[in-house]
Design a protein around this ligand. Structure first.
Ligand SMILES: Nc1nc2c(ncn2[C@@H]2O[C@H](COP(=O)(O)OP(=O)(O)OP(=O)(O)O)[C@@H](O)[C@H]2O)c(=O)[nH]1
Ligand SMILES: [Mg+2]
Length: 321
């Protein structure tokens, strides 16, 4: 009896070693396939992750976060061109905020990220912010793993820095670049304080525009108010649209990357795993509190109201530590 001819997709998944080999030559269709399986956490994903294990931990993950319209996509495009000139292979993950302000970001990114067209050394994928099993942050980490397994030297992650999820995603990067630009309303307000805290490198983009110097001084001022460790964070001016300042940015990223790499591949991946566990634990605790423990929670609430416990002490009691 004749068997129906397997579709290319079925073949891909039947031969995971072959798929992996093709991914590692940079073949777009193979990478795209793996990314999709992992993004959706399909039935084949666990086997694929297992096959990828020996190849994980090579890529440096660089996050670019900042307010809508700051020029993240344009800067990623310029930086990608710089990296390609150095013969580094690049993976790009753009998290589509699907917010009313930035709607259409994916189409816009396609236009702005011209460096990604017609070059097998670059692979780009946009992640929609909704509909991921276990949340967007774990999905982004799985896609990072797919691009890492594909042998990309550097993975660039674009997120809009407007919400906690965005900051969470930025946190999974090895190097965090936070950017802003003049004319985005109140400069420092636009840079949520959480973002200033996580930045390894701060960038003022659109230095060709009026007000760039003032934005730079604002940022430096805001930084100096933070703890002393933050004092070392470089603040750079760039013009993403022309690539001016990109070599200096690349140097600053390299400097952080080198110290991260010194910790070893396992340390980098462990950081991401730790982060995912912490997030999952927080979700679990929140769920448990919502779904039960009502009596205990009421007792603790009364203790807080009566001044016997601080909310933080009550929380520690609740999770039993
Ligand atoms: N003048 C000037 N404009 C720039 C520069 N870089 C980016 N732009 C413009 O700023 C606008 C926003 O750029 P994007 O790169 O899409 O910004 P983004 O931060 O990715 O935006 P979202 O993804 O929507 O949050 C576009 O119109 C760019 O052409 C620059 O260096 N100078
Ligand atoms: Mg963008």
């Amino acid at each position: 009896m004749a068997h129906p001819k397997p579709s290319p997709e079925t073949q891909d998944l039947a031969d995971l070693k072959g798929l992996l080999a093709r991914m590692r030559t940079g073949e777009r269709r193979a990478i795209s396939r793996a990314v999709t399986e992992l993004e959706r956490l399909s039935a084949a994903a666990p086997r694929l992750l297992e096959a990828m294990q020996p190849h994980l931990g090579h890529a440096l993950v660089v996050g670019f976060t900042g307010p809508p319209g700051a020029g993240k996509s344009t800067l990623i495009n310029a930086y990608t061109q710089h990296l390609r000139a150095e013969k580094k292979s690049v993976g790009i993950i753009a998290v589509d905020p699907s917010s009313p302000i930035s709607g259409g970001a994916i189409l816009g990114d396609r236009i702005r990220m011209t460096a990604t067209l017609d070059d097998d050394g670059v692979f780009m994928r946009s992640l929609a912010s909704r509909g991921h099993l276990g949340g967007l942050c774990p999905a982004a980490v799985r896609v990072i793993d797919a691009l890492d397994a594909a042998g990309k030297d550097i993975i660039l992650l674009e997120t809009v820095g407007t919400g906690q999820t965005d900051i969470d995603i930025a946190e999974v990067a090895d190097v965090r670049v936070v950017l802003t630009a003049p004319g985005l309303g109140d400069d420092i307000q636009a840079m949520k304080s959480g973002l200033l805290e996580i930045a390894d490198v701060l960038v003022v983009n659109k230095a060709d525009r009026e007000g760039a110097e003032r934005t730079l001084q604002h940022l430096k001022g805001a930084l100096s108010l933070k703890a002393d460790a933050r004092g070392k964070v470089p603040v750079l001016k760039v013009i993403a649209a022309t690539g001016a300042g990109v070599p200096e940015l690349a140097e600053a990223i390299d400097a952080v990357g080198t110290s991260v790499a010194a910790g070893g591949a396992q340390a980098r991946r462990r950081r991401r795993a730790r982060y995912l566990i912490a997030r999952a634990a927080a979700d679990l605790v929140a769920d448990r509190i919502r779904m039960g423990q009502g009596g205990e929670l009421d007792e603790l609430a009364d203790a807080v109201l009566g001044g016997a416990l601080l909310p933080s002490q009550a929380a520690a009691k609740l999770i039993g530590s």
